[in-house]
Design a protein around this ligand. Structure first.
Ligand code: C2E
Ligand code: CA
Ligand code: CA
Length: 411
């Protein structure tokens, strides 16, 4: 897979304060960024962006006399200027977060929203997002002129077994052990190369092929899972299931049958269903979910926190795990309001006696905060990106010591 792995080389720093600007410029120089431009306000910044379309990242102050940061973002979107953006402000994190979300909804590529004074580590974390992700894997990635796929191609992909499973590890924050993996679909397309689900999962969901796709992913996951168990890694494997497909009891039957014939006990299989899907379609899926739980399967509420369910609704769902959405995890160490939401999710999980996994852990700070707040499991780029199943044992051998050292356990 093509991954770019470099910091940006051409950055524009926008701040009305000379002192603040020089401070960030010095940090960029220290990080080895070769080309750095400066602007005093939004107008100046837009002029420079138009003159130098090769600028890759703009660090944008929000409060400036003249054109402020919010207006500058609107203008950038209107003019189709699309450098990646890092927001900077001394204002509170709620405000920063609102502007960050606004920027995303304008289609801009936001790398982060930092509260001043900015540390070099924070700047580096945001700058490295410029290329730290595989192109097109981020939810907010701008739509790229990509291959057009249609239902006919999906059908062929299923027949030819072109869908492959990547696996992202989940690690215990209590003792640093590898507890399980989440299976994430990829399409090894014959002409377009490896595609991430943002390019095609919506199409499959609208087609007649979602159940069959889920079963192919389950088979792939079970095969790898058996290999890991035989190699002495008793991992659980989480599978993403769209709630619509569970409304048809035949899918549940097929899952139960395939797991039974795989020799993997159902307790090692966790079905992830998004919070919003579970909450909107309670009546049709609840019975099926209860049945799967009775058979011993794990059931995880995915993207928890985005569906606005209350504790009462949650207590009616037979789930075993909450998976806290990365929007509440990533950056919670810096943003007080995220931390409050995270604490409340952990509190609910404890009260309902559920396992709790934080996803989107991207930095050591996120990891440490989660340990401090008593979260028990974590998943995210800080631990590992999704990888082919065969790569997992070697990854674990190479990373076990690093992760266990961070929970204070000597290997
Ligand atoms: P999801 O279930 O919430 O999966 C987590 C997504 O977040 C994955 O993207 C993963 O690569 C990404 N991710 C993991 N750690 C980090 C991190 O630290 N930072 C950031 N920024 N992202 C992180 P991916 O693989 O592109 O999958 C996107 C979505 O596609 C999944 O979101 C899930 O909703 C859907 N999906 C993936 N595989 C399947 C599948 O087999 N069946 C179904 N129905 N949906 C799937
Ligand atoms: Ca998931
Ligand atoms: Ca999720």
């Amino acid at each position: 897979m093509k991954t770019v792995n470099r910091l940006p080389e051409y950055v524009l720093i926008v701040d009305d304060s000379d002192v603040q600007r020089s401070f960030i410029v010095d940090q960029c120089i220290a990080l080895g960024i070769p080309r750095i431009l400066q602007a005093e306000d939004g107008c100046d910044a837009l002029a420079q962006l138009k003159a130098s379309p090769a600028i890759e990242v703009i660090v944008l102050d929000l409060e400036m006399p003249g054109m402020d940061g919010v207006e500058a973002l609107h203008e950038m979107a209107r003019l189709g200027l699309n450098p990646a953006v890092i927001l900077a402000s001394a204002r509170d994190s709620v405000l920063l977060n609102v502007v960050e979300n606004m920027g995303r909804s304008l289609g801009l590529h936001l790398l982060g929203a930092l509260q001043k004074p900015i540390t070099q580590e924070q700047l580096l974390t945001s700058l490295s997002r410029f290329s730290a992700v595989e192109p097109c894997t981020e939810r907010q990635a701008a739509p790229v002129p990509g291959p057009r796929v249609d239902e006919h191609e999906i059908q062929r992909a299923l027949q030819e077994k072109e869908f492959v499973a990547y696996f992202q590890p989940k690690v215990s924050l209590l003792d640093g052990t590898l507890t399980g993996v989440e299976a994430l679909i990829r399409w090894q397309h014959p002409t377009h190369g490896l595609l991430t689900p943002d390019r095609f999962i919506g199409l499959i969901e609208c087609s007649r092929h979602m159940a069959e796709t889920t079963l192919q992913m389950l088979d792939l996951a079970l095969r790898h899972c058996r290999g890991w168990h035989e190699a002495g890694l008793p991992l659980s494997c989480s599978i993403n299931v769209s709630a619509d497909t569970l409304a048809d009891t035949r899918l549940a039957e097929a899952i139960i049958a395939r797991v039974a014939s795989s020799g993997i006990a159902p307790r090692f299989v966790i079905l992830e269903i998004t919070e919003s899907a579970i909450m909107t379609d309670l009546s049709t899926t609840l019975g099926t979910l209860a049945r799967l739980r009775l058979k011993g399967f794990g059931l995880s509420v995915d993207d928890y926190g985005t569906g606005f369910s209350c504790m009462l609704q949650l207590s009616r769902v037979p789930c075993s795990e909450l998976k806290i959405d990365r929007a509440f995890v990533n950056g919670a160490s810096q943003k007080l309001h995220l931390r409050v939401l995270l604490e409340s999710a952990l509190d609910i999980a404890r009260k309902l006696d559920l396992r709790v996994v934080a996803e989107g852990v991207e930095s050591r700070d996120d990891w440490e905060l989660l340990c401090q707040l008593g979260c028990t499991e974590a998943q995210g780029y800080f631990i590992a990106k999704p990888m082919p199943g065969d790569a997992l044992p070697a990854w674990w051998r190479a990373n076990q010591e690093r992760l266990q050292a961070m929970v204070g356990i000597a290997v």
